[in-house]
Design a binder for this molecule. Structure first.
Ligand SMILES: *Cc1c(COP(=O)(O)O)cnc(C)c1O
Length: 414
């Protein structure tokens, strides 16, 4: 089907759409019909520069030739067989991920929340079977985000995601992020009578929670505490992993290795896939412990493998680092131009945030709305943080265009 046919065959106004689809999302009034590179087009034929990338997901942008080739070839070969049988793309992808990370084994599923569910189950089984803990507790951070299933909204340290969905899953405890003393006293408290702390689950950089990078010194101490006490360190790499931070995995920026980590968003470049990886010492799952019908199917794995190979072949990590620096220095210039509006610029690689000062009278969503009119797609991370997560193939000229659009939006709102 040509792009033109796709545009003409789109029959839905947003009002009609809402008659059929549940209203779980507050959508921007745009219907996007096709994409190419870092650009997408709406049903009116208007072009947008895409600095959202399906929320930090479209690693290679839209309609990348490597993805088209993998999608086409695997669709013509074998899409799905279940995990009753072996399949080559799943083995190839697991091998690539193991060879390019600190982990020894991979489990595949279909999303970030599912990958975190798998990590939570693995940590609990390890606590029960290796450490004889009867009521394992997993410590997570305030302002974290780990997904929307019951266990992962419980892991998420933000009450707004939990409200009206109680009873929540037992066995979670929250601490402030980047706060060594708070973590130490939480562990001491929870383990006072008998060991209970099974795992500490953290993002190396909190994405949804406001693009907040972890402190290197904090994570060094977290790793040390885990080693001393036999606690597992789970890193949620769903948003920051797969090259987005300028390193393949976010934890590399902190000079630590987790026992378990999870990946999803960028892994499939837009095709749904999630993965939970672990080191051998905590690989306690045996046959029947965990499963997913779709997980690791040949289609999703072949596409994810193409994304991995393209990251390597096109040396995209170097681009992420260079474009990230360009983006942050452009945003810092905006902060100098509007010192009363902007309180912070931060991030790693191509996951960056612009924080509005507390006395600015507008929100990040207000900037996003104006940027859409300017032809640039952006996404907030909380009320006061504007998030920049373009495809990892973004060019220098595209970074400049995005900064110029934010400049115009700030000028309008000022
Ligand atoms: C998006 C996200 C998730 C949830 O992923 P889904 O694929 O939406 O289930 C989990 N953790 C982090 C850090 C995320 O950014």
């Amino acid at each position: 089907m040509s792009p033109e046919t796709l545009v003409k065959s789109s029959p839905f106004s947003s009002a009609e759409f809402d008659e059929y689809v549940m209203s779980t999302y507050a959508r921007f009034p745009l219907t996007l019909v096709r994409g190419s590179g870092c650009r997408v087009w709406d049903d009116q034929g208007r072009e947008y520069l895409d600095f959202v990338a399906g929320i930090a997901t479209c690693t290679l942008g839209h309609a990348h030739s490597a993805m088209i080739a993998a999608v086409t070839e695997q669709a013509q070969t074998l899409v799905h067989i279940s995990n009753l049988y072996y399949n080559t793309p799943q083995g190839d992808l697991a091998k690539w991920l193991v060879e390019h990370s600190c982990a020894d084994r991979a489990f595949f599923c279909n999303s970030g929340a599912e990958a975190n569910e798998a990590a939570i189950k693995l940590a609990r089984k390890y606590a029960h079977t290796v450490r004889n803990i009867t009521h394992p507790i997993i410590i997570t951070a305030n302002a974290s985000f780990h997904g929307r299933t019951l266990a992962t909204i419980t892991a998420t340290g933000q009450p707004k995601y939990q409200q009206n969905f109680d009873p929540l899953v037992p066995g979670f405890h929250y601490v402030p992020y980047n706060d060594v003393e708070a973590l130490k006293s939480a562990i001491a408290d929870l383990d006072r009578n008998e060991p209970q702390v099974a795992a500490i689950m953290l993002e190396g950089l909190q994405g949804e929670g406001g693009v907040r990078p972890g402190d290197r010194a904090y994570f060094q101490t977290v790793r040390q505490l885990c080693d001393e006490k036999g606690i597992l360190l789970i890193m949620d790499e769903v948003q920051v992993g797969m090259g987005r931070s300028g390193k393949l995995w976010g934890y590399e920026n902190l000079d630590i290795e987790p026992d378990i980590f999870t990946s999803a968003k960028g892994l499939g470049g837009g095709v749904p896939i999630g993965a939970m990886l672990c080191k051998s010492h905590c690989n306690v799952f045996s046959a029947g412990d965990h499963a997913s019908t779709f997980g690791g199917n040949p289609f999703a794995c072949a596409v994810a493998l193409a994304v991995c190979h393209t990251l390597e072949r096109e040396n995209l990590l170097a681009n992420v680092q260079a474009r990230g620096e360009q983006l942050r220095s452009g945003l810092i210039q905006l902060a100098q131009k509007f010192p009363h509006l902007i309180s912070d610029v931060r991030g790693w690689g191509l996951i960056d945030g612009l924080e509005l000062s507390s006395d600015s009278t507008f929100t990040a969503a207000d900037i996003v709305k104006i940027a859409i009119e300017e032809g640039v797609l952006l996404v907030p991370a909380g009320p006061k943080v504007l998030r920049f997560v373009p495809p990892l193939i973004v060019t220098s000229e595209e970074i400049d265009r995005a900064i110029a659009a934010v400049d115009r939006a700030l000028t309008t709102l000022n």
